[in-house]
Design a binder for this molecule. Structure first.
Ligand SMILES: [Zn+2]
Length: 359
């Protein structure tokens, strides 16, 4: 891995590369932008580039230093992150191991968590010492908006007078949650959502996605590679095929088949899976809209179903397609509000069918 392995983020890369080349790094960087677009990955690459034994302004990823940083075994490069109150040392090690195996994986815990003043004090004590072996000691602080107010105030003192041998790299997906005084003492570098093409390419090149799966995942990911990677085990093509089968049954009056599907779905306890099914279905109608508007296969996500997209986009009016997208949106909101899944899906299919008949 090196700077060139960072997906997208041309502007952020240019800023950092120029700073490295001219040896004019800010004492502290704040990488901000949505989750899953490469902030944490870039922070690690920067720490490597600052200390690599063979390259001046990039990381070789081969030397002992780069390898130690990548596996979180370097004594001078530390990852600091907020934790839930019940986070154990074993949880922490498990996360570091996962991240070492896949550095594109962003830190995420589905629980309230905070970065405490104790953690900041320990960091301050340690940061005062000279590095053991690195040129620059690096502290990468993840999701710094989770700092408690006392922790942030304590950390502010370090940012005001940073030790000269130390580089701070902070990341946040919620810059508004940070104290202004912290933001103003860092050089802020913005990370932007990735394009569907950038994500699709990365999924195929570095994450062993099959092309049809990558195309769907990239277009459902809202600009976040991290989000697309979550779909890895979800078999989106399979989900899409299932959605098409349910529609076929509903639209062609195969009532028993249709009810069997809906009943099966209704038993699913995982609402996220149902939402994903609806996302996939919405993407299907979005494809029909694209095909009607532009007649251009490049804009279609379900490229492996091009014949069917052509057929349906010819059959349905633009109004029917737009109405269908809106119907799915409403049902998604209902499902998030905990309505009965079986009922919601039945209503969905009846409304989609009605929209179709009006075409
Ligand atoms: Zn190296």
């Amino acid at each position: 891995m090196a700077f060139s392995d960072i997906v997208g983020q041309t502007k952020a890369k240019a800023i950092l590369h120029a700073a490295l080349t001219h040896d004019r790094l800010a004492h502290a960087y704040l990488f901000f932008g949505p989750a899953g677009v490469g902030k944490e990955f870039t922070a690690l690459e920067l720490a490597k580039a600052l200390n690599c034994q063979t390259q001046e302004d990039d990381a070789c990823d081969q030397c002992v230093t780069c390898r130690k940083i990548r596996t979180f075994n370097h004594p001078d490069v530390k990852l600091v992150f907020p934790t839930p109150s019940d986070f154990s040392v074993a949880d922490m090690n498990a996360f570091l191991q996962e991240k070492a195996a896949d550095p594109t994986l962003d830190y995420h815990v589905d629980k309230p968590m905070s970065l405490s003043i104790d953690t900041v004090r320990a960091l301050q004590k340690e940061a005062a010492y000279k590095p053991y072996e690195a040129r620059k000691k690096c502290y990468i602080l993840l999701e710094v908006d989770r700092m408690t107010v006392p922790a942030a105030n304590a950390f502010l003192k370090t940012l005001e007078e940073p030790p000269s041998h130390t580089q701070f790299i902070l990341t946040t997906s919620n810059i508004r949650g940070l104290l202004d005084t912290i933001v103003s003492r860092c050089q802020a570098v913005q990370f932007t959502p990735l394009s569907a093409e950038e994500i699709e390419h990365a999924l195929i090149a570095s994450h062993q996605f099959d092309p049809a799966e990558a195309r769907l995942a990239a277009r459902l990911a809202n600009g976040s590679l991290g989000e697309a990677l979550k779909a890895q085990d979800h078999q989106l093509v399979e989900t899409r095929n299932q959605a098409l089968q349910i529609m076929d049954a509903a639209f062609s009056n195969q009532a028993i088949e249709f009810l069997t599907y809906i009943e099966k779905m209704g038993k699913t306890r995982n609402r996220n899976l149902i939402i994903q099914l609806l996302d996939v279905l919405q993407l299907w109608y979005r494809d029909l809209m694209m095909m009607k508007e532009f007649d251009d296969a490049d804009r279609v996500a379900n490229l492996d179903q091009l014949d069917r997209i052509h057929r349906e986009s010819d059959r349905l009016s633009m109004n029917a397609v737009m109405a269908s997208i809106q119907i799915i949106e409403t049902i998604k909101a209902d499902i998030r509000q905990n309505v009965n899944v079986q009922l919601a899906l039945t209503v969905l299919l009846l409304r989609l069918r009605k929209a179709r008949l009006l075409s």
